[in-house]
Design a protein around this ligand. Structure first.
Ligand code: NIG
Ligand code: FE
Length: 423
């Protein structure tokens, strides 16, 4: 594609912002759009936009390359800020066990779950893992994902955690999507450390983190803070160590239990606290106080409705969090155990259907707030001059609400990454 191109006849250009800010509370329902719009791209980034009637005025010299959107609606590509995309094998046998009545926690306690994935991953080569993850990246990019965070956490040994992180680094280098890497060595305790938690934490701190920092293998550090996994105190210790290496926390809390993960996560200045299915009133007021206080800290609540759906759990209290002034991001949690789908269109639909988010709120949460939850807000998540042209072109739809309304239908016509349509 030539360095400059103009897209015309866009039915609706969605999430157009002169400047982007993190959206909290009531602001999440405001989704600025331009009807019958054009969009000018230069070198894969957004250079100008406006209504078609302003085209001559705003773009006096049209570039030769013209794309007629023919009534497509154009949105910023999805920013999926929480995934476990690198894994060696699916776990549909556990899915069957769950259908027969075994719980997620029971499966984990029996050495299934994360440990099962770690076992499979230890036998897979870096190349195999890369190829599998590459296919998944292709699949989600066709579904409109333009930026993605990927965690380690199925390694659980020094060698295997580093192997996973090297795979993510290679994905970063070779993919045109924007990718962030998160070190999740503290996903569960490996069997040999079942009764020696400090031993495994020491391995994370003294053996894994120094190499990860030296080889620039991660952008964030994560901990799975739950009963039977990591306590808030253990999480605090790991976050503290990560910070010394420049890694900001991005944490799994309150999926299965409310055990103080939110308080500890806020104290650790997490960029996001993710899951939040199991919440007390105190948890919500802690998040509310942080979101509405004047401090510069901005911790985002990242909700993962397809994981709640797949585990047949209650959904996170999205409405209460927004009413309390919080910033919400939506992500897929793509992983073989609790969300074997990276389809952000389904995430958006499920957020509306099950968590009563309005379409505008869900789209903001899956674009601009998702970009913030990965530190990519300067380059993605809204139609803003200078941001990357990572865009979704929809099929013809009667309105934006039609996207979550007609869940399960693929309404994506084309996806553009850095100004290029993907195949
Ligand atoms: O975010 N719950 C912890 N981590 C993942 C699931 C991991 C797995 O079951 O493999 C999650 O849901
Ligand atoms: Fe997760």
């Amino acid at each position: 594609m030539p360095s400059s191109c103009i897209i015309i006849n866009i039915q609706q250009l969605v999430n157009v912002r002169e400047q982007s800010t993190l959206l909290k509370g009531a602001a999440m329902a405001e989704l600025p759009c331009i009807e019958n719009a054009f969009l000018l791209l230069e070198d894969g980034t957004i250079a100008a936009y406006g209504a078609m009637y302003e085209l001559e005025l705003k773009v006096p010299q049209l570039p030769k390359h013209v794309i007629d959107a023919q009534g497509s609606t154009v949105l910023p590509a999805w920013c999926d800020s929480h995934t476990h995309l690198v894994f060696a094998a699916s776990r549909e046998n556990e899915f069957i066990d769950k259908l027969k009545g075994t719980s997620y926690a029971e499966i984990a306690a029996k050495g299934g779950g994360i440990l099962n994935s770690a076992q499979k991953l230890s036998n897979a080569s870096e190349e195999e893992l890369f190829n599998l993850a590459w296919q998944r990246l292709k699949e989600v990019s066709r579904l409109g994902t333009g930026a993605i965070e990927i965690k380690s956490g199925y390694g659980l040994t020094v060698a295997a955690e580093l192997k996973m992180l090297r795979v993510i680094k290679k994905l970063k280098q070779q993919s045109s999507l924007s990718i962030k890497a998160t070190f999740l060595g503290a996903h569960t305790y490996p069997l040999q450390f079942k009764n020696n938690h400090q031993g495994y934490i020491n391995s994370i701190i003294n053996e894994m983190l120094p190499v990860i920092a030296a080889d620039k293998l991660a952008d964030y550090i994560d901990v799975f803070c739950e009963d039977g996994f990591f306590s808030p105190q253990e999480m605090a210790q790991i976050c503290h160590a990560g910070k010394a290496y420049g890694l900001q926390p991005k944490l799994h809390v309150n999926q299965l239990n409310s055990i103080g993960g939110i308080e500890a996560g806020l104290k650790a200045n997490a960029i996001s606290l993710d899951h939040l299915e199991t919440m007390t009133d105190i948890d919500i007021s802690l998040l509310s106080n942080q979101a509405t206080s004047k401090t510069s800290q901005q911790t985002i609540c990242t909700l993962l409705p397809t994981a709640a759906f797949f585990l047949r759990m209650g959904f996170a209290p999205a409405r209460r969090l927004m009413d309390a002034g919080c910033a919400i991001a939506l992500a897929s949690d793509y992983n073989p155990g609790s969300s074997p789908s990276g389809n952000m269109n389904l995430v958006v639909a499920m957020s509306c259907i099950q968590m009563k988010m309005l379409p505008e709120e869900a789209i903001n949460a899956a674009t601009i707030n998702g970009a913030y939850a990965m530190g990519l807000d300067n380059e993605l998540g809204s139609i803003t001059i200078g941001k990357k042209a990572n865009l979704i072109f929809t099929k013809n739809i009667p309105s934006l609400a039609y996207l979550p309304y007609s869940f399960g239908t693929n309404l994506i016509d084309k996806v553009m990454i850095n100004g290029y349509f993907i195949d």
